[in-house]
Design a protein around this ligand. Structure first.
Ligand SMILES: [Zn+2]
Ligand SMILES: [Zn+2]
Length: 329
């Protein structure tokens, strides 16, 4: 099969012919129809996330159809539409797994990082971590929901249900999906973009944001919560400053530049600063139940499989209007 492979960190991916994978007893072989390109793929390719499997097929927003199921697979059949997210496997036995926090598992496997992902014509995945895809989405449109949507959703749930004014710092793949859910749930959305990025600000307005401006501006009203999706540590004190008493700042990315020191008074008055790591299967079940009801619609920029390097460059430069997706079939 054809695959885009990362041979060495810091080097471009290469299009190569590799053997089609064979599913193990608990694995599904799927034909990949579309695979989203996430900022995390960029952090892996650039060597900012340590010790990836090498050579590696990246990609953890895999949407496709079951071709073959291993002998111990239950509930999935050839032809079923499935998604494969970032959380590829957990040990099921550590104290985190046993307390409903499998996202923090001590011995996890991650799709497109420690195990091969979806920048390829076929992939294998442990069936217990695959999701069923809602019928209302085509493969390209559903792919960004599998990470930007799911981890974005986990970040969104951390702001608390009583949050009325919610800010998004970095209005890209994740924020544009979660802003739709926030508006649907009656929240006021404030979008913070790179200074002067009028296009992103207009895009946020078109999705229902009541205010859009630059990340170095203060919103017209103090926020109850802010989610930071941009990998920029300097946004942490900026977001804390924009929050009212009791406000929550959630860092939704897997990698961020250093956070500058800040005065205690912007954390004082019961403001909370936290990160979100990975996702649980419960997050996926909840999100795929609500996404079609909103309905959450991804804005996508489509590339062919061999365009993966171009897609990653687009994510790096922030020049894409929407989420990058490789359309493989
Ligand atoms: Zn575990
Ligand atoms: Zn991701």
């Amino acid at each position: 099969m054809r695959a885009m492979v990362l041979g060495y960190e810091g080097k471009p991916l290469k299009l190569v012919e590799v053997a089609k994978p064979v599913p193990g007893p608990e694995q599904i072989l799927l034909e990949v129809h579309a695979c989203g390109v996430c900022r995390t793929d960029l952090h892996i390719a650039d060597g900012e996330l340590v010790r990836p499997k090498l050579p590696l097929i990246p990609g953890h927003e895999i949407a496709g159809r079951v071709v073959e199921a291993g002998i111990r697979v239950e509930g999935f059949h050839p032809g079923d539409r499935i998604g494969v997210p970032w959380l590829g496997k957990t040990d099921g036995s550590c104290r985190y797994c046993k307390s409903g926090k499998e996202n923090l598992c001590d011995r996890p496997e991650f799709t497109g990082y420690t195990i091969d992902g979806g920048y390829a014509e076929y992939a294998v995945a442990d069936y217990r971590y695959c999701c069923r895809l809602p019928d209302t989405y085509n493969f390209v449109d559903v792919a960004p929901l599998l990470c930007a949507g799911l981890i974005g959703y986990r970040s969104y749930r951390m702001v608390g249900r009583d949050c009325e004014r919610l800010g998004f710092y970095g209005f890209g793949a994740a924020a544009h999906l979660l802003a739709q859910l926030a508006v649907y749930e009656g929240k006021k959305v404030y979008a913070f973009t790179r200074p002067g990025d009028r296009k992103a600000q207009q895009f946020a307005g078109s999705l229902g944001a009541c205010w859009a401006g630059s990340a170095d501006e203060m919103p017209p009203e103090k926020l109850d919560a802010a989610i930071i999706f941009a990998p920029v540590g300097a946004l942490v004190p900026a977001a804390l400053r924009a929050c009212a008493k009791g406000g929550v700042v959630v860092c939704g990315g897997i990698h961020m530049s250093d956070i500058p020191s800040f005065a205690y008074d912007i954390l004082w008055e019961e403001r909370t600063l936290r990160s979100v790591a990975n996702l649980t299967r419960e997050d996926a079940r909840e999100f795929f139940a609500i996404a079609p009801r909103v309905p959450i619609k991804a804005e996508t920029v489509v590339f062919p499989l061999e365009g993966a390097n171009e897609a990653l460059d687009g994510v790096r430069s922030g020049s894409l209007e929407g989420a990058a997706v490789l359309k493989i079939r």
